[in-house]
Design a protein around this ligand. Structure first.
Ligand code: UN1
Length: 509
């Protein structure tokens, strides 16, 4: 708690125990009395904030709308300066913000820092993009006419994010939204409010330095009721939501009911096919990082290995050996590779899934129980479960370090098993056979938004579009042309002739 407090003070984010501080502070009935932030490292309280009321949410959105109306008139390359400044501040405060991510989300030091680096990377990308928000010029059928497309700022973007990437997901959305001329209203997970206030403080400072409107960015503190007020507000043309498929299925129809747009980044059930020709040592490294990194709490975490029968035993043997040497403990210890789960219900879900998998005929190869870590924290031993078939529990996304192993004979069978889950985020194949690799990334291969060869499914760079199909929600964030979701397209036909020819050859006086 002391360290979190010191970091927040250095980042200019105020006192995490001040009930009248950054969040809330207005009069009126409260959704919940208080939001308590606890460190998953030891369960200790590290902050206590007053949640916003729905009336305050409406007020925040109104002010964001005002900021948007001003911001959209600033030329895009000039808007880029705000994001460049944010990137500079993130570089300056990388250690502090990374440590705060470790304290509040339980990530190991290197992954906390990596998450901040991901923010810096998207800022760099967005600054470049601020000079490249281009439309097309399209040939028209009418003489003396020109047809073109422009991309205009969209409005207030609502961002809903999860505890597991408490700062990067905001930045993927915000860095793009800001250069696109939008304002952002962010509802972070109620489990990671302090990191959100830290981001907001850095953005406020960046806005001050470049003279951008202060209300261009705001944070909403609260639970479901606050999220709903954001989702239902007609002044929010885009809601970008990251979290469970369950959450997405609630958000999407509400946004659709008012004909708003949603950008959904939901659950994954990511797999790795390990083919006969695979470099097994490389596969083991890729698998362990993807399955165990962030204690299996990434949406891109590897949850299923589909191994060819000729390599399965050796692979499982090597994985077991690697799992049994994994250092588990406080994520602040530099040698730790497996930190805590976010809370007690995550541990219960982990244990229940392992029990179910065994009831389905699975064999526990290693792990699968609570581990010693720091008193008060939720530490578990990452599990490998050998499964005779892909039962319902394997098809479910349990947000914990459980790796199910399935066995296949030919590649068609492997791809069928691979795609036979409701989620479609990320995927991978380990093979040295170019036919298998190309088939996997082709139209008849993986049905996911991300398909990799000889690397695991997690740890994507920001340059590519990030997201997936089916129950993953279909949205794309981050790189490539994901910026288009944050803008509105206008098609313009300009007549510079003295005639008025009509399209499709229509004659009308
Ligand atoms: C998430 O888990 O919500 O590809 C995002 C990755 C990270 C992002 C994960 N760059 O694993």
């Amino acid at each position: 708690a002391t360290r979190a407090r010191e970091i927040l003070e250095r980042l200019g984010a105020g006192d995490p125990f001040d009930p009248d501080g950054e969040a809330g502070g207005g009069a009126g009935p409260r959704a919940a009395d208080v939001i308590v932030s606890r460190s998953p490292i030891d369960g200790q309280e590290i902050g206590r904030l007053t949640p916003h009321t729905p009336a305050e949410v409406a007020d925040v959105i109104g002010r964001a709308q005002g900021a948007f109306e001003q911001w959209r008139t600033v030329p895009a390359p000039v808007r880029g300066a705000l994001v460049r400044e944010l990137g500079e501040l993130l570089r300056e405060h990388k250690e502090d913000l990374g440590a705060l991510v470790s304290i509040e989300a339980g990530k190991i030091v290197s992954e906390g820092l990596g998450e901040v680096q991901e923010m810096i990377d998207i800022c760099d990308l967005a600054v470049g993009l601020s000079r490249q928000l281009h439309g097309l010029t399209i040939a028209t059928e009418r003489p003396g006419h020109r047809m073109m497309e422009q991309w205009h700022p969209l409005g207030v973007v609502g961002v809903i994010s999860a505890f597991n990437f408490p700062v990067a997901v905001w930045s993927w959305n915000s860095a793009l939204a800001f250069v696109c001329g939008d304002a952002v209203v962010w509802k972070p997970s109620e489990k990671t409010v302090l990191t959100a206030l830290a981001c907001q403080a850095l953005l406020t400072e960046a806005a001050r330095r470049v003279g951008a409107p202060e209300q261009i960015s705001s944070v909403l503190i609260g639970e479901r009721e606050v999220g709903e007020a954001l989702v239902d507000d007609p002044r929010v043309p885009l809601v970008s939501a990251t979290g469970s498929t369950r959450m997405g299925k609630q958000v999407a129809p509400r946004v659709a009911a008012r004909l708003g747009r949603s950008l959904l980044e939901l659950g994954g059930n990511n797999a790795a096919i390990v083919a006969p020709s695979a470099d097994l040592d490389l596969a083991v490294r890729g698998i362990v990082f993807s399955a165990v990194g962030t204690a299996g709490q990434r949406c891109t975490s590897l949850r299923r290995v589909i191994a060819h029968e000729s390599v399965r035993d050796e692979l499982v043997e090597k994985l077991k050996a690697a799992y049994e040497t994994l250092p588990i403990g406080s994520p602040l210890e530099p040698s730790t590779l497996v930190g805590p789960l976010i809370d007690e219900s995550a541990t219960s879900a982990f244990l229940a899934a392992i029990e179910q998998a065994q009831a389905d005929g699975g064999t526990l190869v290693t792990g699968g129980e609570k581990a010693d870590g720091v008193a008060g924290g939720q530490y578990v031993r990452p599990a490998i479960v050998d499964m005779p078939k892909q039962t319902d529990i394997v098809k479910a996304e349990t947000f914990a370090p459980i790796l199910y192993v399935l066995t296949y004979r030919d590649l068609d069978e492997a791809i069928a098993l691979h795609n036979d889950v409701s989620q479609g985020l990320s995927s991978s194949i380990f093979t040295l056979d170019v036919r298998e690799a190309e088939t996997f990334v082709s139209a008849i291969g993986s049905d996911c938004g991300i398909a990799n060869v000889n690397i695991g499914p997690s740890g994507a760079e920001i340059g590519g579009a990030f997201g997936g199909e089916k129950d993953t929600g279909g949205g794309r964030e981050s790189g490539s042309d994901a910026w288009r979701s944050y803008m509105r397209r206008a098609t313009n036909t300009v007549n510079y002739s003295t005639e008025l020819p009509l399209a499709q050859g229509v004659e009308f006086v």
